[in-house]
Design a protein around this ligand. Sequence first.
Ligand code: PLP
Length: 378
Amino acid sequence: MSKPSHTERSSTASSPSWSLDTQAVALGRPPHTAGEPVNEPITLTSTFHAGADLSYARVGNPTWAAFEETVGVLEGGHALAFASGMASISAVLSLVPHGAVVVAPHHAYSGTTGILADLASSGALVVRHVDISDTDEVLAALALEPTADLLIAESPTNPMLEVADLPAIVAAGHDIGALVMVDNTFATPLLQRPLDDGADIVIHSATKYLSGHSDVLLGVAITPDTGAGRALSERLHTHRTSRGAIPGPMEVWLALRGLRTLSVRLERSGANAVALAQRLAEHPAVSRVRYPGWGSIVAIEVAAVGGLTTAQSAEAVCDRTRLWTHSTSLGGVESQIERRRRHTAEVETVPDNLLRLSVGIESVEDLWRDLDSALTGA
Ligand code: PLP
């Protein structure tokens, strides 16, 4: 039996024929009834009057339900909000037994590689790292005896922007009975829907594009609307409730507001990214551009200049930008730039002169002028 309906809603006007852009705007709202508010209110309460399914706010909250309904439809499954992206990944890791074999990208987000390294060093997991864009390597790592219990894919990867062949690796994972989780943070459901490719769980750092304004930390995990998917959702829900990996209603409300503009934000930032990637490829201070051709993240490698090391040259670019904010994180309306290897947690195969550019929605000409002068000045 599925969980009681405290995280489900029956209220919102919706039509399956609507595009995802429309669903992002229309879902997760109170019914179109005279006198009802247009937006889901923020429900600030720790408890509920006894006698209904929902009794305590660690189990469910109507504001979460509005967000979960919307993200669930966008990804094509059933969503659960978590305190952060890392909390949703931790919940997924709780699904596999002690000693499980996990196949994961070399270049996943450093928090993901970090938690996997911790669990491997304590013997809780065996981790096999792969180039997630090398399908043969992924298939070999899955099939090696003992075969894998969990495949973690990130596509595109953070920060190297490698792209996985999701249908092929999901199918190979299922052939050997592994669960497959895809971190869809960089793509968002408007550009890629891994549940349609057969993935068992999609997670997001909703901190990034889903909320979109760099003012929230939030995670979400989405599972398919199938018997197996609902069973996974129930286990994730139990984990969230018992470990208290829950988001605040304010954060979730802000993320739901951010979701309303996801499609226009992505349209603008994606177009900006395409234009910048083309211009950066011609820039004399740039030795390499990584860009999959879609999405809003571009990574560049900065050439060494004037007696500086490559890393120092890259840092100097970050110090010189005025419009681009020199900060970690990504997916906000404002453009962000960062040398990833400034974090000791970043894996050493990420070049030390690699700058991750999270392209925002500003005027592309202003972004270009600022970046060009920072690159040229450095
Ligand atoms: N997954 C990816 C791809 C990320 O970039 C991040 C954070 O940068 C996370 C997961 C972790 O998310 P959070 O910071 O919301 O815990």
